[in-house]
Design a protein. Structure first.
Length: 318
């Protein structure tokens, strides 16, 4: 009998976590009866400040299929996903959010596609209920990003997906500290199937992602899977140099023909501001790459475990 692992990263989800568990467990019980898949639910508490870990512990005492791992502080969702994949034992692994915006009922269809020999079954939400401005910005982002990075990202595709054990093992072979799961999922390849679902409102509470977080995530996506920004700096430098040479030649010819005019304050300031702006942008882009190298060479752990009820591989062998 195959084992299905469901990984659910959590951050301040205590107010509705029981409802999430009930919905997920109901679907998994049906799968157990109809498909004969054993299952485990792995909650990853990402250093929550509310009673999330208390709720998870209570659920684990009621249901032995519930596993949990709690971080010593907030390390971010990327670390939560990685921890869940590392601790999962399933032949197939589902990653989903704790707010029920990812419908648990879709897991049934994911398993059906998995049985057709797909290694990645990807849930893609539609944007029918989103406002026009958000849709436009999102489409623009994906259009720009897909033109500069080495992997392809699809609008509406997030972390909600089913992975075969082969796909999970491939992801775990990627040891980088700065992780961008969307890019990693695309980079590993394998046979994929996309299924669509209607986007739902959160069960309760507010989104943990503000504009600053979304902007940082967008920058991470651009930088994590390509070096195009660095190459663009070369082109920009060449362009500015050519324009500067042309302007210098034009000024020299003008001086020889008409003499020197009044001091060119505006011209001087414009040139300084333009070149200064180019230099600052260039330094900023280089700094982003250097910063990531800085974190990578430190080889710090992606997360620190405070408490867990998941047995280590060594304990399992003993």
């Amino acid at each position: 009998m195959k084992l299905l692992s469901v990984v659910i990263p959590c951050y301040n989800e205590g107010s509705h976590l029981k409802g999430t568990y009930n919905e997920v467990n109901k679907v998994l019980e049906e799968i157990y009866v109809t498909k004969r898949y054993c299952f485990e639910i792995i909650f990853i508490d990402d250093g929550s400040q509310d009673d999330t870990i208390s709720v998870i512990k209570s659920l684990s005492q009621q249901d032995t299929n519930v596993k949990y791992l709690s971080f010593s502080r907030n390390f971010g969702k990327e670390s939560g996903i990685l921890a869940g994949l590392e601790k999962s034992k399933g032949d197939l692994v589902v990653i989903m959010d704790a707010d029920l915006q990812h419908p648990p009922s879709l897991i049934k269809e994911m398993i059906r596609q998995y049985e057709l020999d797909y290694d990645q079954i990807i849930a893609r939400r539609n944007r029918t209920k989103e406002n026009f401005s958000r849709k436009w910005i999102t489409k623009l982002y994906y259009k720009v990003v897909n033109n500069v990075i080495d992997v392809e990202l699809t609008d509406g595709v997030g972390d909600f997906r089913l992975l075969s054990r082969k796909a999970v093992q491939s992801i775990l072979q990627m040891p980088e500290y700065n992780r961008f799961s969307k890019g990693i999922f695309s980079w590993i390849g394998f046979k994929k199937k996309v299924i669509e679902y209607e986007n739902k409102e959160r069960l309760s509470g507010e989104s943990k992602w503000n504009f600053r977080d979304l902007l940082s995530y967008a920058v991470e996506g651009v930088i994590s899977f390509n070096s195009s920004p660095l190459r663009m700096l070369i082109y920009l430098g060449v362009l500015v140099t050519i324009l500067s040479v042309c302007y210098t030649g034009y000024s020299f010819i003008k001086i020889t023909m008409f003499g020197i005019d009044e001091p060119g304050y505006f011209t001087l300031i414009s040139a300084i501001l333009m070149l200064g702006g180019v230099q600052l942008i260039s330094i900023g882009i280089i700094g982003e790459y250097v910063g990531r190298i800085y974190y990578e060479v430190k080889r710090r752990p992606k997360y620190i475990t405070e408490e867990t009820n998941i047995e280590s591989k060594q304990e399992l062998r003993e």
